[in-house]
Design a protein around this ligand. Structure first.
Ligand SMILES: Nc1ncnc2c1ncn2[C@@H]1O[C@H](COP(=O)(O)OP(=O)(O)OP(=O)(O)O)[C@@H](O)[C@H]1O
Ligand SMILES: [Mg+2]
Length: 464
């Protein structure tokens, strides 16, 4: 039941208001002076205050100020006498919700109170949503220990506020493109509206088209009833177009039109509909390559490129690996009733050294598997899957031919190792047609390190 405080020194007014409000089943309390009201408010939760501006002890406007100081969101309706419209206006300027003049009518009071309480509950809802959003990042929904990812979160916060800006998220599989898209939506003013996603690679062209734009009944065989498209369903919300790089050229043209005009037509329809959605596109293919290969429209690329966010692969941010592993560990310990309290230093070293071709998703799965299969106080090296627990030995142990003879005068270790490094890099580059990113992945070193080694060992590379 909503609680209303009446602050007035005239017993008649108080009784009258109490009676009217009682008819609507509101719970009421009465204070006859400003100080008594403030004392009461400090100790009690209240939804609404009626405040007479003519009180015996203090100026009503001062009391209003103090009430607002206690709770800026508390709604106050001021009660004024006949000749004091000016002070009512003053009170409104100071944040009063409304005013009523004496004598008042019961119906008016009831209506004002109902509207005021509706406003109050909306305000509270907004406040709790806001808190939820602020909490989203604070709660660690997105782990970002590395500088690279912290900078990304900064960009996310920034673009979230600009709720019409199109965002293009790129990154290898499992780097967190979905998560970042959802975070942008959650932190944006659109967050109370839908967040809908569609995988552009999963559907044949005609189906994707009607999923996105909707269709009228009879638009094609099988279209028995009118169907709303994703753009309409997500109105005033956000759409994530996942695996955009795989979208058919025909649909790309239509999407471009929607982006340019903010209007669309359902398939088989004549009516033009306005749409208001933010588009976030995600892809793990290089769109510039796709443009070169004529699989992606350059004009659409530039439209979507308004705010690009690139998520670096996990192997380039080892600081995140351990933080993510610990987060997933407590999540799966809860889920599977395990008591792992941490990760041993050796296991941490292995985790940080592994190249994570499947990125964060792979890490999540590995931690989950450990929690299913093992129990203990800490995650040990022996709990890790083979590819992590002894990555090198198994692959490298036979590289030195058994008949490799050391000449009597000895060998120059540095020179031999350099030679070996040169040959190995050349071999790997040959395997991947000179693609440095892929070669770096196979050699489990960052691209920058590979480039440095290429220079140092004078290896020719074809492309980046
Ligand atoms: N920074 C992060 N903090 C917490 N969890 C993360 C982070 N990055 C990724 N994840 C988790 O990793 C998993 C994979 O992330 P997500 O699905 O967003 O990747 P993706 O880039 O969309 O992958 P794909 O290209 O395969 O669609 C999810 O469970 C996600 O919650
Ligand atoms: Mg994804």
């Amino acid at each position: 039941m909503e609680k209303i405080l009446i602050v007035d020194d005239e017993a008649f007014i108080c009784e009258n208001l109490q009676r009217i409000l009682g008819e609507e089943h509101y719970d009421t309390a009465v204070a006859q002076t400003g100080d008594a009201a403030l004392r009461w408010l400090r100790e009690n939760q209240v939804d609404l205050v009626f405040l007479d501006l003519n009180l015996p002890d203090r100026n009503g406007l001062d009391i209003l100020k103090d009430i607002k100081g206690l709770d800026p969101d508390l709604l106050v309706i001021v009660i004024t006498g006949y000749a004091s419209v000016e002070s009512a206006v003053e009170a409104l300027k100071m944040g009063a919700y409304d005013y009523i003049k004496k004598p008042f009518k019961a119906d008016v009071i009831k209506l004002i109170v109902r509207l005021a309480l509706e406003t109050q509950s909306l305000k509270r809802e907004v406040r709790s949503l806001k808190k939820q959003h602020e909490g989203w990042l604070a709660d660690g929904a997105v782990i970002a220990e590395s500088r690279a990812f912290q900078e990304i979160l900064q960009q996310v916060r920034e673009v979230a506020r600009h709720s019409d800006t199109t965002v293009l998220i790129t990154g290898e599989t499992g780097t967190g493109k979905d998560l970042i898209a959802r975070t942008i939506h959650t932190l944006s003013p659109r967050s109370t509206r839908p967040f809908l996603e569609i995988n552009c690679a999963a559907l044949p062209e005609s189906l994707l088209e009607s999923e996105l734009f909707g269709h009228e009944s009879g638009a094609f065989t099988g279209a028995k009833v009118r169907k709303l498209g994703l753009f309409e369903a997500a109105n005033r919300g956000t759409i994530l177009l996942d695996e955009l790089g795989e979208m058919h050229l025909g649909i790309q043209a239509k999407l471009l039109r929607v982006l340019e005009d903010k209007k669309l037509r359902r398939v088989g329809g004549t009516q033009t509909l306005e749409v208001d959605v933010r588009i976030i596109a995600a892809t793990n293919v290089d769109l510039r390559e796709a443009i070169k290969a004529r699989r992606f429209r350059e004009d659409l690329y530039y439209r979507l490129h308004a705010f690009p966010i690139h998520l670096p692969p996990l192997r380039e941010r080892p600081e995140d690996v351990i933080a993510l592993a610990k987060t997933f560990l407590s999540e799966y310990c809860r889920k599977y009733g395990r008591g792992f309290g941490g990760i041993s230093p050796e296991a941490q070293r292995r985790l940080a050294a592994y190249p994570w071709p499947g990125n964060v998703r792979e890490l999540r799965h590995i931690v989950e598997r450990i929690c299913i299969l093992h129990e203990g106080e800490r995650i040990l090296e022996s709990h890790l899957p083979r590819e992590l627990s002894d990555p090198c030995e198994s692959e490298v142990k036979d590289l030195l031919p058994p008949d490799f003879a050391i000449p009597p005068e000895g060998i120059d270790l540095d020179q031999v190792v350099d030679r070996f490094t040169h040959d190995l890099i050349e071999r790997v580059l040959g395997m991947v047609d000179g693609n440095i990113s892929q070669a770096a992945k196979l050699l489990r070193i960052p691209r920058g390190t590979l480039r440095y080694k290429l220079e140092k060992h004078h290896v020719e590379s074809a492309s980046d």
